[in-house]
Design a protein around this ligand. Sequence first.
Ligand code: SAM
Length: 282
Amino acid sequence: MNYRHAYHAGNHADVLKHTVMARVLEHLKKKDKPFRVIDAHAGIGLYDLTGTEAGKTGEWEGGIAKMAEAFAPEVEALLAPYRAVIAALNPDGALKVYPGSPELALRLMRRGDRMIANELHPQDAITLERHYLHDPRVDVTSMDAETCLKAKLPPPERRGLILIDPPYELKTEAEKTVRMLAHAVRRFAQGVCLVWYPLKAGETAETVLSGIKGLGVPGTLKIELRVREAFSAGGLAGSGLAILNTPWTLDAELRLLLPALATRLGIGTWGESSVEWLVSPT
Ligand code: SAM
């Protein structure tokens, strides 16, 4: 395992994933009934943007650093929960700390909601565990994501969000993503699933999307944000998320949010977004 999220935290892909995740959590909070977040690839939870790893790539400068200026009020209303978490972590106003997916979830969850934060990398799992040792809402596990979903689904609350966010370092990871998602859907049919995938040269996105479409879950939304052209020697040109069991009206919110993010995060004349149903709601 070579991938360490500390090099990439706060980049354009994180901004997309986390702004959408925050929206999903807001939708889940519309009902009083508690829910559970199952973060299958959790990372370490908190990232130091002034640290060595973030400094080496500077990726956050093409992501969260570009978000400082306010958008139109209707876009800001959608970003408010995400912005509130970042503001709370950076009380003096300067951007130094960026929340990973478990930190974002915890800060938006209520007292009765629960989270499983799973991370396979042994050292990162220890860091994650240290962060959340004193929060009774979190259960940190260190398993392969597929094993974790097999062990932990369905959640007792029967409501919740599953985040599948693999590094796609291995060629087999796109197929594995679809396999674990298929299992998750069988065990927890009503759960909202967020599946992240990279947009770059190669077939990863196509494999993930055709597999997800094949599951045929009504209300499966595909959203994508491209910041530049994809070319074979290049890295991440953008990213996408498939959302299964998309909460009611989230598609309309994302049709407002995504073009704004694309304009802001696009490089040069680039900046494209799309929001479309892979499987329409019933
Ligand atoms: N979800 C995190 C966030 O948004 O802040 C970022 C996760 S990062 C993209 C992917 C993480 O998955 C890495 O921390 C990596 O160590 C972990 N990982 C890699 N292979 C895994 C596996 N098979 N099972 C669980 N975690 C894995």
